[in-house]
Design a protein around this ligand. Sequence first.
Ligand code: LMR
Length: 408
Amino acid sequence: PAEVVPKAPEDALFGLMRAYRADESPDKVDLGIGAYRDDNAKPWVLPVVKKADDVIRNDPELNHEYLPIVGLEPFTSKAAELILGSNSPALTEKRTSTVQTISGTGAVHLGALFLSRFYKVNGANRTVYLPNPTWANHNQILTNVGLQVASYPYFDKDTRGLAYDGMLDAIRSAPERSIILLHPCAHNPTGVDPTEEQWRAIAEVMKEKKHFPFFDCAYQGFASGDLDRDASAVRYFIEQGFELLISQSFSKNLGLYGERAGCLHYIAAPGPSAQEVTTRVSSQLAVLQRSEISNPPIYGAKVAATVLNDPALFAEWRENLQTMSGRIIDMRKALRSKLEELGTPGTWNHITDQIGMFSFTGLNEQQVANLQKEYHIYMTKNGRISMAGLNTRNVDYVAKAVDQVVRE
Ligand code: LMR
């Protein structure tokens, strides 16, 4: 390898984070990575996570033994209930298989690896259709395991909303049994989600075409502030009898970013053989997991399990989620009204129409570059801003800077 390995470009998002950290300007603003910040631009350890932490550290039985291959059961079982709903038919009919993963990335990877091994039509893998745009990492996670990727329209640049007709047409035109990757809520990077009615139509076309849904759920609780409502698309697809995969991250909603807590859920289609299918799938997921990471990390899973299994802590978590999503909504309002007050050319209603952690501003690459160079404001090249990077202290500064670069 020494002679032939070419140098790869630095990861764009982590490169941005590095550039931000190295910037010594007192004015600098980080609107890059999707990580929650409080009003002081500081990472926020959720109060409920601090409590869970105390519970764990005071446990006299605390040790650092290996977890089972598929992870910590009190975590995985409650994580499944969180996304599926505790009375989900998939759970009562025992046709779910959950594996604890290296957060959402690990779940997408394990799901993709599983599909590349076992989901073949006439001996060949099916293409994975990704929304355009999608999370920057999807492409390489999927192609790294040998899957082909294609895209379906998602964002309409003119309306700055969902490219609904194009999306539906592309899903309809994809060969039968294609894999369709869907963000169930708080789409990254656009902040645009289908409505309930649109989800129904998407499910209908997918059923007609026998497509395989692969949900990547990284922001449950961040779209509406309500954990159940944010899971409604997934639950609807399950009601409709799909066989599917869900990747689930606790990075954002519990603020466990570096702890890498997440799950991959496989759901078998209902039917007489569903349990037996699930058993076979579980056995293969365990083999893949063992060969890759042996068993998952324990700490984040313990924190999540402590919160998910204690009704009082769970209720407090919901409040913490409201704090985060509420502050983000306030910042959306503040940024929009400031831009409108300044008479910044263009329309800015999309900032409050879009939901979740991000806003897809419509700023172009040159404007993004100017914001970084002239104002020390960091965002991804596609004009995505992490709303959580805004606060009462910097929102006026950011609005004025945006106003300037738009006019340049
Ligand atoms: C993001 O899109 O900012 C986050 O999901 C962080 C990541 O790992 O890319």
